[in-house]
Design a binder for this molecule. Structure first.
Ligand code: FMN
Length: 321
């Protein structure tokens, strides 16, 4: 099933999908209608919080129409500060992260760690919706300890005019293990008032088609690791097709452009290698021999070596799809 009539977004990835990534990605690939920033935290000051002044959020470097800033917080006052400042910058929507599964976050009842506590969620949203004057969406999982947790949370979400509810159908304790539970997601659809977005395990056009068929007539999807691995994925879902030389050339140009852009931002510091390697830990699966690719990239810590290794990868290892 084609996704020409679908709305596709790219999920946020802390440490990967920052402003340079989003801008370079858009120069090289299409198919994505909406982006989200990786989560912000620590919005302490009433006005002009320091971490809301950089390139990551500055409208000079971002399209306020298609980018939604995300916050990780359980403090309604902090969420309201974030909303106010994002609105002043021209953004139309903010997103609350209730999905982060990492123990250092979730153990503090943040991210998906809030899902077992419906009363806390309700008190937080009651306060947020008293005052918020910008669209407010939520991204969550099915639960932290159990996939049943969401059943107590849905009636709370339904009390409020969420602009969007994105659900990744795993529980926090799974991290990324096992599979996204499409069947359980499907059973929730009739009970949710907010415009619903499916997120999880879309790795190929066929995989997308299977999920799309299962959740019809829903047509809003958030791509994640699948798009980091294969940046053509959103275009392919929309019917695009390219031969191997074209793909190799486009992928090569994208990887080089992203590296150069990151390097320019970092004033030439080899710190950029960390973020490039993080991307390669997904991108390697675009190649026929992922482990050979990873072996060449993973240990590098000098810019020159990295540049040589990338050229070698593109010369010697074929793309896998
Ligand atoms: C390293 C890493 C960082 C992530 N950072 C964020 C984040 O900042 N905010 C968020 O909502 N989700 C974050 N996610 C979750 C993804 O956006 C997405 O929901 C998840 O990968 C599931 O979708 P997928 O199966 O299509 O990859 C992150 C995931 C990973 C692996």
């Amino acid at each position: 099933m084609s996704g020409t009539d679908c709305h596709l977004s790219l999920g946020p990835f802390q440490g990967i999908t920052d402003a340079p990534f989003r801008n370079v990605f858009k120069r090289h690939f299409g198919g994505i209608d909406k982006f989200y920033t990786p989560f912000f935290t620590g919005i302490h000051k009433e006005e002009h919080a320091k971490n809301l002044q950089g390139e990551e959020i500055d409208p000079k470097f971002n399209d306020v129409e298609t980018l939604t800033p995300q916050i990780l917080s359980t403090d309604a006052e902090e969420i309201l500060r974030f909303a106010k400042q994002c609105k002043q910058l021209g953004y139309k929507e903010i997103n609350l992260n209730m999905g982060c599964p990492f123990p250092r976050v979730a153990n503090k009842k943040r991210g998906c760690g809030l899902l077992p506590y419906p009363d806390m969620v309700e008190a937080m949203l009651d306060r947020v919706f008293e005052e918020i004057d910008i669209k407010f969406s939520v991204k969550c999982r099915l639960g932290y300890f159990s996939p049943d947790e969401i059943e107590a949370i849905i009636p709370i979400f339904n009390k409020f005019p969420l602009s969007e509810l994105i659900i990744h159908p795993r529980i926090g304790k799974q991290l990324y293990k096992g599979e996204a539970d499409v069947e359980r997601f499907k059973r929730l659809i009739p009970y949710i008032n907010a415009p619903l977005v499916y997120n999880g395990d879309v790795f190929s056009v066929n995989g997308f088609g299977r999920i799309r068929n299962a959740v019809l007539p829903m047509n809003r999807f958030m791509l994640g690791r699948g798009l980091l691995t294969n940046p053509f994925l959103a275009e392919e879902i929309r019917g695009g097709a390219w031969n191997a030389p074209e793909r190799t050339e486009r992928l090569h140009a994208y990887v080089i452009d992203l590296y150069k852009d990151r390097l320019r931002h970092a004033g030439g510091s080899p710190k950029v290698l960390g973020r490039m390697k993080e991307l390669w830990s997904y991108l390697m699966y675009s190649f026929e021999k992922p482990q050979n690719v990873w072996r060449k990239i993973k240990k590098i810590n000098a810019l020159r070596e990295y540049e040589e290794a990338v050229e070698e990868v593109f010369k010697s290892i074929e793309l896998g799809f």
